[in-house]
Design a protein around this ligand. Structure first.
Ligand code: ZN
Ligand code: MN
Length: 436
């Protein structure tokens, strides 16, 4: 087994939360709507209809691209990707081929040991939806033309666990940036892992297997694990797995062959003649940077909790990971004294049940009662500091002689007298002020 090294890459499709579809004015929110009630000549692919790109969808794709540290390309264009299937009446999908909106990114998510390279992020249109009923197949075109962002990674993943961590954090990022609900049950986030096995050193595999349209973190892990096992069995017999596209059977947790994988030339890509190429200047790229900085992302939340609220790394991580917890925590901030904010965080992390179904005000009240969290009485603290300085003349003298560490003894004494209610950092500050 040790000689076999899995090589895994990902394609992720995400439906963007714009009002209108990608190339027409029909509403993009199709979920639960009567079939074919949100269509027009453009998204039905009728001859002569002209597509007009949705600027918001382009901006959303740029935003995700920047968050993944991609380069936002100054010029970009749309291309036709041809294939024949009933969910695509035009006979081609408007997508992007050699000039995507974003390219060459990399990201290291929390919990992952390594950076993962992002090959590209581009925009395309979703297809209609086929509904199979017995011997009949029905088509609903409400989904046809919904903006679809595609994120393509390099084959940098070696385990299904690493893939799962990546996808979970990517989902959080997409939700934080509010470009999509990334709801897998509704199909607004879908995964296509490609898997191959490297069996000889320094030589890349000569084939690649792609698993289509997986819609849960658990299934993507199962599909990858099944593929790794299946491919190693073939390689162990001295054979090479076929280059193909496979489907995932959710009930049996296995993959099965669907079709021999297409090559790019099979799609006969060519530039979309109805949409002029796009160009982006420095100002519009700067706008994307600015809006990224103003968003509540995991990194921004974590930095705020550590720098502004003085939380320890662990609590900052846990609260920043959960947007609901973070919002609750920040709602409590104006209600409590600065010194007890880190303790408040402790309670939110360790006793989350106290937050259930109550307002932040009631939570703060409960927490203060249960844990005797009282804002520090400044007079009391000043008195205690005065007493400790008198009781510890040696430490005071050492400090005055330049021994900075002597202050630790004094801080410890004050904390003991205050029964841990005070915050060590502010106690230290107050003692140093007093000594000067
Ligand atoms: Zn339409
Ligand atoms: Mn695609």
């Amino acid at each position: 087994m040790d000689n076999y090294q899995p090589v895994i890459g990902l394609e992720i499709h995400v439906e963007l939360k714009t009002k209108a579809k990608m190339f027409c004015q029909c509403p993009a929110d199709y979920f639960g709507r009567p079939p074919n009630s949100q269509t027009c000549p453009v998204c039905l692919g009728l001859p002569g209809a002209l597509p007009v790109p949705n600027q918001k969808a382009v901006a959303y794709t740029h935003l995700i691209g920047r968050a993944l540290n991609c380069c936002l390309n100054q010029t970009s264009k749309f291309d036709r990707k041809h294939y024949f299937y009933p969910d695509l009446p035009k006979g081609y999908q408007i997508s992007q081929y050699d000039q995507p909106l974003c390219s060459d990114g990399k990201i290291k998510f929390h919990g992952s040991d390594s950076w993962h390279r992002i090959r590209r992020v581009h925009i395309e249109e979703d297809t209609g939806k086929l509904i199979h009923q017995g011997n009949e197949t029905l088509i609903d075109f409400n989904r046809s033309g919904v903006p679809l962002m595609e994120i393509v990674t390099e084959a940098d993943f070696a385990t299904s666990d690493d893939v799962k961590i990546f996808l979970e954090q990517l989902q959080m990022l997409i939700r934080d940036l509010e470009v999509s609900d990334a709801d897998m049950e509704k199909g607004s986030m879908r995964f296509e892992p490609n898997i191959s096995i490297q069996d000889t050193e320094n030589q890349l595999p000569s084939y690649k297997v792609e698993v289509k349209n997986i819609n849960s973190f658990r299934f993507v892990k199962q599909a990858i694990d099944h593929e790794i096992k299946r491919q190693i069995e073939i390689l162990a017999k001295g054979e090479t797995p076929a280059q193909e596209t496979r489907g995932f059977d959710e009930n049996k947790s296995v993959t099965h062959s669907q079709r021999i994988k297409e090559e790019a030339h099979d799609y006969r890509y060519f530039p979309e003649p109805d949409i002029p190429p796009m160009s982006f200047d420095q100002t519009s790229i700067q706008k994307i940077e600015d809006s990224l900085r103003s968003k509540s992302t995991f990194d921004n939340r974590r930095t705020f909790l550590i720098d502004k609220c003085k939380l320890n790394n662990e609590n900052a991580f846990i609260i920043a990971m959960d947007r609901g917890k973070f919002l609750f925590f920040t709602a409590c901030l104006p209600l409590v004294d600065e010194e007890i904010i880190p303790k408040m965080a402790n309670i939110i992390v360790n006793k989350p049940q106290l937050m259930q179904g109550v307002s932040s005000a009631i939570f703060v009240e409960k927490a203060q009662k249960m844990f005797r969290l009282k804002p520090i009485d400044d007079n009391q603290l000043a008195q205690v500091i005065g007493k400790v300085l008198i009781d510890n003349p040696k430490a005071v003298e050492d400090y005055k002689k330049g021994k900075q560490n002597a202050v630790n003894v004094l801080v410890g004494q004050v904390m003991k007298e205050m029964k841990g209610q005070a915050d060590a950092q502010s106690v230290r500050k107050k003692i140093e002020e007093k000594l000067k």
